[in-house]
Design a protein around this ligand. Structure first.
Ligand SMILES: [Zn+2]
Length: 236
């Protein structure tokens, strides 16, 4: 049964009761340990809000393992040192400075509605969304009619966000100190495959073929070039 059920019992309420009666008893100790000892997640997961992207399934993670922030498109706002009310920026600062995470995963995906909307536009009423989608502007291609162009744009957008992450002073500092790694992932929904960004080749490699989960060295790429636009056309 899905949550879309329009008639019958309150499915959502039933699921809350099921969690308490079925799932929680199996993991009660783990949850209580996480309360007594606090959370110490090693990973910040920045993902698109898309309902088909399920971080816990992809990573096999359980309670206490992922600090997650999700938004439309898995975008990272530029670090501008302002006091703006920005949830994603606040989550990055909290994860790096307070939780001292050791890796940041930036996860986009195939058939991303945000990337599509960046090309096609949004209703006039969606003022914030329209401004938000500009965070993908630099990843857009002159031609976008083919599925291949969409996929390339999605991947370029992921690299673009990694670049922005490196502009956060606390992120750059930790990366340069070797205490933090950045991972760019592109999840292809229909294949069940994550393609991880390989910095050395500036390309996305299927996880089934990759030698690592996208762990840098990110720094050389940034220092050498720094512009997502300059990634070789044949790399993406
Ligand atoms: Zn998406």
């Amino acid at each position: 049964m899905t949550l879309d059920t329009a008639t019958g019992p309150d499915e959502l309420l039933l699921r809350l009761r099921d969690f308490k009666s079925d799932y929680f008893p199996l993991h009660q100790q783990r949850f209580q340990d996480l309360v007594h000892q606090g959370q110490h997640p090693k990973t910040l997961f920045i993902g698109c809000s898309d309902s088909r992207l399920v971080p816990y399934l992809l990573t096999g993670a359980g309670p206490g393992e992922l600090f997650i922030v999700r938004n439309v498109g898995a975008f990272v706002p530029p670090y501008d040192g302002s006091h703006g009310l920005h949830g994603t920026t606040a989550a990055i600062e909290f994860a790096v400075l307070n939780l001292k995470v050791e890796r940041i995963i930036l996860c986009g995906h195939s058939h991303c509605g945000a990337i599509r909307a960046a090309y096609d536009g949004v209703p006039e009423e969606a003022i914030a969304l329209k401004a938000w989608l500009k965070l993908a502007d630099e990843a857009l291609l002159p031609v976008q009619s083919s599925p291949e162009a969409m996929r390339r744009t999605e991947q370029r957008a992921i690299v673009l966000q990694l670049e922005r992450l490196m502009a956060y002073p606390m992120v750059r500092r930790e990366v340069e100190a070797g205490r933090l790694t950045l991972h760019g992932w592109h999840y292809v929904i229909e294949d069940g495959e994550i393609h991880v960004f390989d910095v050395q080749s500036a390309s996305f490699v299927p996880a089934s073929l990759a030698t690592n989960s996208g762990t840098g060295p990110y720094q050389p790429y940034v220092e050498h070039d720094g512009q997502v636009i300059s990634i070789p056309e044949d790399a993406l």
